[in-house]
Design a protein. Structure first.
Length: 131
């Protein structure tokens, strides 16, 4: 038997701004890294590794100062999710690939570091698979 808990959080105005910046930076980095993965795949037939994508972050933070406002763990998890999704896209059969992509599309959260107060938990949503 599985048990699920659902929480509703009411952030303050400062927390809303911080979360919006983190979500925006994560979205921008996802699109940037996805574009790089697509270019690399077209040129070489292979995707980029998580380590390579995470290695881009320090230089990108120097180039785009606003990326420093987001938690680094949020951006590192974006690199992890993108490399996992790209690997599964290249290796999984079509039926399982559809389920994995549905799972990624249904996620509506960003992983935050544990030290964020007042809630000392990671925040993520797990949705059910279609298979």
């Amino acid at each position: 038997m599985y048990r699920a808990y659902q929480y509703r959080l009411y952030p303050t105005a400062d927390q809303q701004v911080s979360l919006a910046k983190s979500f925006g930076c994560a979205c921008w980095f996802w699109n940037y890294a996805l574009h790089l993965c697509q270019q690399t795949y077209q040129a070489t037939g292979k995707g980029l590794s998580r380590g390579y994508l995470q290695g881009l972050l320090p230089d990108l933070k120097k180039e785009h100062e606003w990326l420093k406002e987001a938690y680094s763990q949020c951006l590192q998890v974006v690199a992890l999710n993108l490399s996992t999704a790209y690997t599964k896209f290249l290796t999984l059969p079509a039926k399982h690939l559809f389920c994995w992509m549905q799972f990624l599309l249904n996620q509506e959260a960003c992983v935050l570091p544990k030290f964020i107060s007042p809630i000392n938990t990671r925040c993520f949503v797990v949705s059910s698979c279609c298979c």
